[in-house]
Write a protein of this length. Structure first.
Length: 203
Protein backbone atom coordinates (compact mmCIF):
# COMPACT_ATOMS: atom_id res chain seq x y z
CA UNK A 1 0.00 0.00 0.00
CA UNK A 2 1.36 3.48 -0.83
CA UNK A 3 2.21 5.67 2.14
CA UNK A 4 0.11 8.82 2.43
CA UNK A 5 2.31 11.92 2.32
CA UNK A 6 1.23 15.10 4.01
CA UNK A 7 2.87 17.56 1.62
CA UNK A 8 2.05 20.59 3.76
CA UNK A 9 3.67 18.98 6.78
CA UNK A 10 6.78 18.07 4.80
CA UNK A 11 7.08 21.60 3.42
CA UNK A 12 6.72 23.00 6.93
CA UNK A 13 9.52 20.70 8.16
CA UNK A 14 11.72 21.83 5.27
CA UNK A 15 10.94 25.47 6.03
CA UNK A 16 11.95 25.08 9.68
CA UNK A 17 15.17 23.29 8.71
CA UNK A 18 15.98 26.01 6.17
CA UNK A 19 15.66 28.73 8.81
CA UNK A 20 17.75 26.72 11.28
CA UNK A 21 20.58 26.30 8.76
CA UNK A 22 20.45 30.00 7.86
CA UNK A 23 20.43 31.08 11.52
CA UNK A 24 23.35 28.87 12.51
CA UNK A 25 25.54 29.11 9.39
CA UNK A 26 24.29 32.07 7.34
CA UNK A 27 22.15 32.20 4.22
CA UNK A 28 25.04 31.22 1.95
CA UNK A 29 25.05 27.86 3.70
CA UNK A 30 21.44 27.17 2.75
CA UNK A 31 21.56 24.40 0.16
CA UNK A 32 19.43 21.40 -0.66
CA UNK A 33 22.13 19.16 0.81
CA UNK A 34 22.46 21.18 4.04
CA UNK A 35 18.71 21.16 4.65
CA UNK A 36 18.52 17.45 3.85
CA UNK A 37 21.29 16.76 6.38
CA UNK A 38 19.48 18.84 8.99
CA UNK A 39 16.41 16.64 8.51
CA UNK A 40 18.40 13.43 8.32
CA UNK A 41 17.15 12.88 4.78
CA UNK A 42 18.59 12.57 1.29
CA UNK A 43 18.81 15.46 -1.15
CA UNK A 44 16.42 13.58 -3.42
CA UNK A 45 13.85 13.63 -0.63
CA UNK A 46 14.03 17.43 -0.48
CA UNK A 47 13.75 17.87 -4.24
CA UNK A 48 10.53 15.87 -4.19
CA UNK A 49 9.01 18.95 -2.55
CA UNK A 50 11.20 21.92 -3.56
CA UNK A 51 13.12 21.85 -6.86
CA UNK A 52 15.88 24.36 -6.16
CA UNK A 53 17.78 26.38 -3.57
CA UNK A 54 15.70 29.46 -4.42
CA UNK A 55 12.55 27.48 -3.71
CA UNK A 56 13.96 26.39 -0.36
CA UNK A 57 14.13 30.03 0.65
CA UNK A 58 10.78 30.92 -0.87
CA UNK A 59 9.18 28.00 0.95
CA UNK A 60 10.58 29.25 4.26
CA UNK A 61 9.18 32.72 3.60
CA UNK A 62 5.83 31.32 2.52
CA UNK A 63 5.51 29.43 5.80
CA UNK A 64 6.63 32.45 7.79
CA UNK A 65 3.75 34.39 6.22
CA UNK A 66 1.22 32.44 8.29
CA UNK A 67 2.95 33.45 11.53
CA UNK A 68 3.29 37.04 10.33
CA UNK A 69 -0.44 37.16 9.60
CA UNK A 70 -1.23 36.01 13.14
CA UNK A 71 1.23 38.45 14.72
CA UNK A 72 -0.08 41.34 12.63
CA UNK A 73 -3.69 40.66 13.58
CA UNK A 74 -2.75 40.52 17.26
CA UNK A 75 -0.71 43.72 17.04
CA UNK A 76 -3.34 45.72 15.17
CA UNK A 77 -6.29 44.45 17.17
CA UNK A 78 -9.36 46.66 16.77
CA UNK A 79 -7.47 49.75 15.63
CA UNK A 80 -8.96 51.57 12.64
CA UNK A 81 -8.09 54.42 10.31
CA UNK A 82 -4.79 56.23 10.69
CA UNK A 83 -4.07 54.59 14.06
CA UNK A 84 -4.18 51.21 12.34
CA UNK A 85 -1.92 52.44 9.53
CA UNK A 86 0.61 53.81 12.02
CA UNK A 87 0.54 50.60 14.06
CA UNK A 88 1.12 48.53 10.92
CA UNK A 89 4.14 50.64 10.00
CA UNK A 90 5.61 50.40 13.50
CA UNK A 91 5.10 46.64 13.52
CA UNK A 92 6.85 46.28 10.17
CA UNK A 93 9.86 48.19 11.53
CA UNK A 94 10.68 45.99 14.48
CA UNK A 95 13.17 43.19 14.57
CA UNK A 96 14.39 40.04 16.25
CA UNK A 97 17.04 37.49 15.23
CA UNK A 98 14.49 35.20 13.56
CA UNK A 99 13.07 38.07 11.51
CA UNK A 100 16.52 39.02 10.26
CA UNK A 101 17.20 35.44 9.16
CA UNK A 102 14.01 35.51 7.09
CA UNK A 103 14.90 38.94 5.70
CA UNK A 104 18.26 37.56 4.61
CA UNK A 105 16.48 34.77 2.73
CA UNK A 106 14.15 37.32 1.14
CA UNK A 107 17.10 39.40 -0.07
CA UNK A 108 18.75 36.30 -1.55
CA UNK A 109 15.64 35.50 -3.58
CA UNK A 110 15.01 39.01 -4.91
CA UNK A 111 18.69 39.39 -5.87
CA UNK A 112 18.10 37.03 -8.79
CA UNK A 113 14.67 37.13 -10.38
CA UNK A 114 15.61 35.36 -13.59
CA UNK A 115 15.75 31.78 -14.73
CA UNK A 116 15.12 29.13 -12.11
CA UNK A 117 14.48 31.73 -9.43
CA UNK A 118 11.53 33.35 -11.16
CA UNK A 119 8.90 31.04 -9.64
CA UNK A 120 10.43 31.50 -6.20
CA UNK A 121 10.39 35.25 -6.74
CA UNK A 122 6.66 35.12 -7.48
CA UNK A 123 6.10 33.49 -4.10
CA UNK A 124 8.02 36.29 -2.42
CA UNK A 125 6.13 38.91 -4.41
CA UNK A 126 2.89 37.36 -3.22
CA UNK A 127 3.98 37.97 0.38
CA UNK A 128 5.20 41.52 -0.17
CA UNK A 129 2.34 42.61 -2.44
CA UNK A 130 -0.20 41.53 0.16
CA UNK A 131 1.62 43.70 2.69
CA UNK A 132 1.48 46.69 0.37
CA UNK A 133 -2.28 46.27 -0.01
CA UNK A 134 -2.64 46.61 3.75
CA UNK A 135 -0.69 49.87 3.65
CA UNK A 136 -2.91 51.15 0.85
CA UNK A 137 -6.08 50.19 2.70
CA UNK A 138 -4.88 52.07 5.77
CA UNK A 139 -3.80 55.12 3.77
CA UNK A 140 -7.24 55.41 2.22
CA UNK A 141 -8.59 56.18 5.73
CA UNK A 142 -6.23 59.11 6.31
CA UNK A 143 -8.22 62.35 6.52
CA UNK A 144 -7.48 65.94 5.63
CA UNK A 145 -9.87 68.78 6.53
CA UNK A 146 -12.36 66.22 7.78
CA UNK A 147 -12.55 64.16 4.59
CA UNK A 148 -10.61 61.15 3.35
CA UNK A 149 -7.66 61.93 1.10
CA UNK A 150 -8.09 61.23 -2.61
CA UNK A 151 -6.95 57.89 -3.99
CA UNK A 152 -3.79 59.29 -5.58
CA UNK A 153 -2.67 60.83 -2.27
CA UNK A 154 -3.50 57.62 -0.42
CA UNK A 155 -1.37 55.69 -2.91
CA UNK A 156 1.55 58.08 -2.37
CA UNK A 157 1.27 57.68 1.42
CA UNK A 158 1.19 53.88 1.07
CA UNK A 159 4.18 53.99 -1.29
CA UNK A 160 6.30 56.08 1.09
CA UNK A 161 5.55 54.02 4.19
CA UNK A 162 5.98 50.73 2.34
CA UNK A 163 9.33 51.79 0.86
CA UNK A 164 10.48 53.06 4.27
CA UNK A 165 9.72 49.67 5.81
CA UNK A 166 11.40 47.74 2.99
CA UNK A 167 14.46 49.96 3.20
CA UNK A 168 14.59 49.33 6.93
CA UNK A 169 14.46 45.58 6.37
CA UNK A 170 17.54 45.73 4.15
CA UNK A 171 19.46 47.86 6.66
CA UNK A 172 18.42 45.54 9.49
CA UNK A 173 20.27 42.76 7.69
CA UNK A 174 23.16 44.87 6.38
CA UNK A 175 23.96 46.80 9.57
CA UNK A 176 21.80 45.71 12.53
CA UNK A 177 24.19 47.22 15.07
CA UNK A 178 23.75 50.77 13.76
CA UNK A 179 20.11 50.53 12.72
CA UNK A 180 18.58 49.60 16.03
CA UNK A 181 14.84 49.49 16.66
CA UNK A 182 15.16 52.63 18.80
CA UNK A 183 16.84 54.61 16.00
CA UNK A 184 14.41 53.42 13.36
CA UNK A 185 11.32 54.02 15.49
CA UNK A 186 12.48 57.56 16.32
CA UNK A 187 12.80 58.50 12.65
CA UNK A 188 9.59 56.66 11.85
CA UNK A 189 7.66 58.79 14.35
CA UNK A 190 8.86 61.93 12.55
CA UNK A 191 7.67 60.46 9.26
CA UNK A 192 4.29 59.45 10.68
CA UNK A 193 3.69 62.85 12.27
CA UNK A 194 4.43 64.58 9.00
CA UNK A 195 2.87 62.20 6.51
CA UNK A 196 -0.04 60.68 8.39
CA UNK A 197 -1.01 62.42 11.59
CA UNK A 198 -0.23 65.85 10.14
CA UNK A 199 -3.17 65.34 7.80
CA UNK A 200 -5.61 64.38 10.50
CA UNK A 201 -8.09 67.00 11.70
CA UNK A 202 -7.17 68.62 15.02
CA UNK A 203 -9.58 68.69 17.96
Amino acid sequence: MPIDVDTDERLADIARATVEVARERGTRAVTLRAVAERLGRSTAYITNFVPSRAHLMANALDHARTQWDVERREHLGDLVGIERLAALTRWMCTSDPEENVLRSLWIEVIADVHGANERAYRVVRGVTDATYEKFLDGAEHVEHDGTSVDLDTAAHIADILYLYCRGYEVKAVEDPVSWTDARVQASLEVLLRTLVFGRAPVG
